[in-house]
Design a protein around this ligand. Structure first.
Ligand SMILES: C[S@@+](CC[C@H](N)C(=O)[O-])C[C@H]1O[C@@H](n2cnc3c(N)ncnc32)[C@H](O)[C@@H]1O
Length: 272
């Protein structure tokens, strides 16, 4: 892959989804795309790029993004966020809503990958409202990768992946099946009723109706440059209700970004 090919690809990816492939990523891009070239019988990178651009359905572009993005995730990842919600945020949120007789809770997992994050959010919410009357809860879960969204919608995980789910909640929200001798866990109907998966490119229009009570955008912005992060954070602001929270990933602070959020603790921000 020549320098020129790399620039073409990184410009295309940046324009389409904000992912910033700096020079240090060249080897990674080459290695990941080499496989795609082999599978598609493309002899050179320019030939492959031409094909990506000519495919007006956008499928080939999705495959390109899929092979370059990192989908690493886990159930209850960054446990301090879930602890904060359980101990501090949910009691106040529920109290505030009860007073207004508003029993609707809306939140968003932006960059949900294979689903562990939004399902964890749904578990946390269902646990918080358990035994407290009828609540209308929805977790919107979106990602740019159509392939990873298929996995997320299936909601089937192996034993290792459900490891971080506490035993009581595992029994309540995950259904155990045996495939040959392997144990697999399928998310329960109660979780499926709460989580809605959709394709969404964070760089494009969203068509999401606010106000939202909280947004998880964790380990996604790390791939974007500062100006893209700033635009995104301010769009999140616009969607959140007053008192709503934005959670970012452990290495994504809002330092150096102009915004109006109040800092609560590292990676947790509130719209006043
Ligand atoms: C590392 S995963 C993070 C998953 C989860 N939020 C977590 O913290 O465990 C990043 C996800 O962001 C998605 N992503 C990257 N760029 C995106 C964009 N422009 N729009 C929507 N999703 C994007 C990727 O497809 C990937 O699934």
């Amino acid at each position: 892959m020549s320098e020129r090919d790399f620039r073409r690809i990184s410009d295309l990816v940046y324009e389409h989804c904000g992912i910033n492939l700096h020079d240090g990523k060249k080897e990674l891009v080459r290695a990941r795309l080499a496989k795609r070239l082999r599978l598609g019988n493309f002899k050179t990178f320019p030939e492959y790029i031409k094909h990506v651009l000519a495919d007006k359905t956008g499928n080939e572009f999705s495959i390109l993004i899929d092979s370059l993005s990192t989908n690493l995730t886990s159930f209850f990842r960054e446990g301090q966020h879930f602890e904060f919600m359980r101990e501090e945020f949910f009691p106040l949120l529920l109290e505030r809503k009860r007073k207004k007789r508003n029993f609707r809770i809306r939140c968003w997992s932006a960059g949900c990958s294979s689903g562990e994050e939004p399902y964890s959010m749904a578990v946390a919410l269902l646990e918080a409202v358990a035994g407290q009357g009828r609540w209308d809860i929805k977790v919107l879960a979106t990602d740019i990768s159509t392939k990873i969204l298929e996995t997320a919608k299936k909601g089937i995980y192996n034993e290792e992946r459900v490891g971080p789910v506490p035993k009581l909640q595992k029994n309540k929200y995950l259904v155990l099946h045996r495939e040959n001798k392997r144990k697999v866990f399928e998310v329960s109907k109660s979780l499926r009723e709460v989580v809605i998966f959709k394709y969404l490119n964070l760089m494009k229009d969203w068509l999401i109706k606010g106000p939202l009570d909280f947004i998880f955008c964790r380990n996604v912005m790390i791939y974007f440059d500062k100006s893209t992060q700033e635009r995104l954070v301010n769009r999140f602001w616009g969607l959140l209700d007053s008192g709503g929270l934005l959670f970012t990933g452990h290495s994504e602070s809002l330092t150096g970004i102009e915004h109006k959020f109040n800092y609560i603790q590292p990676t947790i921000y509130m719209k006043p």
